[in-house]
Design a protein around this ligand. Structure first.
Ligand code: F6P
Length: 327
């Protein structure tokens, strides 16, 4: 069993609220266990360019409440090439770093896995993405905050929708997954929710809308995940406009505001638990695994599996619930 002595932490892929709390937990847990700890700036890009700095307990003071990531992040194309990965590994080797924590999504896990396979360095991942689309954890870091941000935004949109009797098509993030759309849709009283995991029967939906129109529904919120097969909120709104030219419709794309802001309490706690869990896993000689939380307990999932498998609890019954509650 290979125990680590020097750990480095990086954030990679899209930023997510709670990444700072995760960095803090990795740094403080490492120091607690008398390990040296380093921060890599801008994910795999910074690793290639040797932007690695030592961190101490005060480097992570006053960041637990902040959104974004103090280490910065990137999506690295260069890391897909072996020659850059070699440079990256040599930078770690020069500093004697023998354990790496990567906080990010699927692409980041893939990068970490390759690094382990090619150079044998111990690597673990923590799930940092607002999309909640990672296997091996009930929730990802940043998801809860993003949900609250969306609900808050839609509550405001609702004021205008109700004042003007308009139909609002709200597009939320999630290029491959509908977790944000589905759960924020329920929480904000959406009349219909379109997610990539579900093929839609637009005819049926329009029929339902006709009935609602005849009754007393004067405004509505339709929630659409950006990765939905319809092609997004503008496309769905167009479909409606074609059928009902008199209808007052508006489209609202929430965009990157969903990724920002102070992390919720839930995200801070999750990020702290998983950061500590990551260091402890490395200390136990574990490698090539994603750290998660399942039913309140720390879980370990091989990268291979975490990358290939789909998060399996999209909860399609919620779609039905949305329909029932929007009568
Ligand atoms: O993976 C997180 C995510 O926010 C997705 O929901 C979204 O499609 C994507 O990142 C946007 O990425 P970028 O900020 O690189 O445009």
């Amino acid at each position: 069993m290979k125990k680590v002595k020097k750990i480095a932490i990086m954030t990679s892929g899209g930023d997510a609220p709670g990444m700072n709390a995760n960095i803090r937990a990795v740094v403080r847990t490492s120091i607690f266990h008398h390990l040296e700890v380093f921060g890599i700036e801008s994910g795999f890009e910074g690793l290639i360019d040797n932007h690695i700095k030592p961190l101490d307990h005060s480097s992570v003071s006053n960041i637990i409440q902040r959104g974004g990531t103090m280490l910065k992040t990137s999506r690295s194309k260069r890391f897909m090439e072996k020659t850059y990965r070699e440079t990256a590994f040599n930078n770690l080797k020069k500093l004697g770093i023998d354990g790496l924590v990567v906080c990010g999504g699927n692409g980041s896990y893939t990068g970490a896995k390759i690094l382990n396979e090619e150079f044998g360095i111990s690597v673990v991942g923590t799930p940092g993405t607002i999309d909640n689309d990672l296997f091996g954890t009930d929730f990802t870091i940043g998801y809860d905050t993003a949900l609250n941000t969306v609900v808050d935004a839609v509550d405001k949109i609702r004021d205008t929708a109700s004042s003007h009797n308009r139909m609002f098509f709200v597009e939320v993030m999630g290029r491959d997954a509908g977790f944000i759309a589905l759960n924020s849709g329920i929480a904000s009283g959406a009349e219909a929710i379109f997610i990539p995991e579900q093929t839609k029967d637009y005819e049926k939906f329009v029929k339902r809308f006709e009935k609602n129109k005849r009754d007393t529904k004067l405004f509505s919120i339709i929630m659409i995940a950006e990765g939905d097969e319809s092609g997004g909120a503008f496309k769905v709104a167009e479909m409606f406009k074609e059928k009902y030219p008199d209808l007052e419709t508006r489209v609202s794309i929430l965009g990157h505001m969903q990724r920002g802001g102070n992390p919720s309490c839930r995200d801070r706690v999750l990020a702290s638990k998983l950061g500590a869990g990551a260091v402890e896993a490395l200390l136990e000689g574990k490698t090539n695994i994603a750290i998660g939380e399942i039913n309140g307990k720390i879980s370990y999932t091989e990268f291979e599996k975490a990358i290939k498998m789909q998060h399996n609890s999209i909860g399609k019954d919620l779609l039905n619930l949305a329909k029932v509650l929007s009568i």
